[in-house]
Design a binder for this molecule. Structure first.
Ligand SMILES: [Fe+2]
Length: 449
């Protein structure tokens, strides 16, 4: 097999083009942050909508503070804009639940602060040579800050989903329609493939380096598990039967009293779902969303299957049997377009199964990118050859068995923060995120012929 990866086109850009690209990404992220924070009034901005989340105004100023730390002070070597607030917006110093009690910047102050930081950053971008250190090479630090802001935008979108009251967010159009898939599952043959990346310029430390990884032969579902499928498990009494759950999962179900995916209620014989303030009937052919790792694992075992490992997920998504090479995305090496995947908050929900035939992987696996983050069975762990870059708080402090890896991004993930190699992680009990899953199973010797 070949571990060679395609060189990323961004590495061939001249400094001016690279600057323009970074500036465009910075602007796009900021217009999303503004839209998410301008959609509600000041009371809503400072309120905590769930103990799981920060007030929206914290996210906004935190985004600006990280941008200041990394781009104004570190890359630009400029004087601080507001060093007095660093501690307030340090995510490691104050847990989400305690953030509303802090003397945070108010909405007008926070908006003025992020604007001032951004003005300085655009000046830094203009005057920095984008080479010499790993931090500025290929505008990495700018790409990292853009991804950080987009990740917080997704978090803010999840806060909007938790917010009570009338809807304030709208999507211009619904996602594309259901289209039946030719197969329910496909076989991924045994063997090595290249996992991770050493060439993706804006990839984060945990995605690096590219390395050979092996899987046995396995079947993987061609689509994420749908509400229709999942609710059969619920209606069959799955939440009341210990045998489908791991000991930790069963303990959690009993402890919290889980009965169905989050945001669902029953109205007579019908399942209803609250989605960004709108209560509507559940769509059977849409990927189940807002389930925790334990629920995903229990469904899989009820269905006679299991969750894919992270390695299996990435192989199904990137490995091209014709060339032996790993692609950047399931459909190829080009950046995601609207025909490939449901990303970037274009729609306020996952698309129905089969909606993105142009986004399928060479093996015929659909909707790996976008729609819902997919739980895998893997703990968040470093790849062989991992090195911390640029700071341990990005990933290294999270490695271990506390977190499970999610892959592929959701409808709320921007394309810049989503790649075939991108890794997300969260606690196995979390379900306020846009999380779903697909199933896998081992291939039996008879099936392999
Ligand atoms: Fe952050």
């Amino acid at each position: 097999m070949s571990t060679s990866e395609q060189e990323h086109p961004l590495t061939h850009l001249g400094a001016e083009q690279l600057r323009a690209l970074a500036a465009e990404h910075l602007m796009r992220a900021r217009s999303r942050s503004s839209a998410l924070t301008d959609a509600v009034d000041d009371d809503d901005l400072v309120r905590q909508h769930s103990p799981l989340m920060s007030p929206l105004v914290w996210d906004l100023a935190h985004v600006g503070n990280q941008e200041e730390l990394w781009l104004v002070r570190d890359v630009g070597r400029r004087d601080p804009v507001r060093s007095d607030i660093d501690e307030l917006y340090d995510a490691f110093k104050h847990g989400r639940a305690s953030r509303p009690a802090l003397p945070l910047l108010g909405p007008a102050e926070a908006r003025a602060y992020v604007r001032e930081v951004r003005d300085k950053v655009l000046d830094v971008l203009d005057k920095t040579t984008l080479e010499g250190t790993a931090l500025v090479q290929d505008a990495f630090a700018f790409g990292m800050v853009v991804q950080h802001e987009q990740q917080h935008d997704e978090t803010m979108l999840a806060t909007h989903q938790l917010r009570a009251g009338a809807p304030v967010l709208y999507a211009e159009e619904p996602p594309p329609a259901f289209a039946p898939l030719p197969a329910k599952e496909v076989l991924v043959p045994a063997g090595e493939f290249t996992m991770g990346t050493s060439t993706e310029p804006w990839a984060l430390d945990n995605e690096r380096p590219a390395h050979p990884a092996y899987t046995g032969a396995f079947f993987v579902d061609t689509a994420p598990v749908t509400y229709g499928e999942y609710l059969r498990f619920v209606e069959a009494g799955g939440y009341a039967e210990e045998r489908w759950w791991s000991p930790a999962g069963w303990h959690h179900v009993k402890d919290v009293g889980l009965e169905a995916p989050r945001f669902l209620t029953r109205d007579g014989g019908r399942w209803m779902r609250r989605r960004f303030g709108v209560v509507e009937p559940v769509r059977d052919d849409e990927p189940v969303t807002h389930v925790c790792f334990h629920e995903a694992e229990a469904y899989a075992s009820w269905a006679g299957k299991r969750l894919p490992t992270e390695t299996e997920w990435e192989k199904a998504a990137r490995w091209d049997p014709a060339t032996g090479r790993s692609r950047r995305y399931p459909w190829g090496d080009e950046d995601p377009g609207p025909e490939h995947a449901n990303l970037g908050q274009r729609h306020l929900r996952a698309a129905t199964v089969g909606a993105y035939p142009a986004g399928a992987s060479p093996l015929g696996v659909h909707q790996l990118i976008g729609d819902v983050w997919e739980w895998t069975s893997s703990d968040f762990a470093p790849y062989p050859g991992f090195t911390v870059f640029p700071y341990p708080e990005y990933s290294a402090v999270f490695f271990g068995s506390d977190y499970k890896v999610l892959r592929g991004g959701s409808f709320g993930t921007d394309a810049v923060a989503c790649r075939g190699t991108f890794r997300n992680w969260d606690f196995p009990v979390r379900r306020q995120i846009f999380s779903g899953f697909r199933c896998a199973r081992d291939a039996s010797p008879e099936e392999l012929g």
